[in-house]
Design a protein around this ligand. Sequence first.
Ligand SMILES: [Zn+2]
Length: 186
Amino acid sequence: MEKLLRDGRLYVFLEQIDKDFADEVQSRRCEHCGGVLHRGDYSRKPRGGPSWDRRYSFCCSRDGCRKRTTPPSVRFLGRKVYAGMVVVLVSAMLHGPSDRRLQWLREELPIDRRTLKRWREWWTGIFVQSAFWKAGRGRFARLMIQALMPLELVEAFGAHQMEGLVKLMKFLSPITTATCRPGVGM
Ligand SMILES: [Zn+2]
């Protein structure tokens, strides 16, 4: 998992998926009034990943509406300052971490303990109680152990490898949109 977090090909994949999500949203119109959507990206500076500096987002161009539509993202998990894949893989590593991993984490990604504790609480508390997870867990062949999230997801998707991680980030991407955010936001 450590190598994967630094693999430039993964970044390219995830960027492309976010672009596709954004194109799809823009090809539709404002869901409130039918107005044309214009780009209005959020600036972001996620840590622990490449220098992704914008989260795609759109604003309705019609006066009096101007509502925002933000596509799902495989790169950004909510408003977290860390790239989504870091939040997933590092949180998974927290379950039964080896000394070597902890050492690597300390050196490469100095994430403070409070943050790690919050991530763990989010996965094992808020995420597993979310409507998203309650609707989505049925697709897995076996019962997923809530206390071992997100390691259970990493294993189910084979997200130790790039292809699996991309699939997992796609699976999780609906929780990153504004419409899903209440109750699941980080
Ligand atoms: Zn509108």
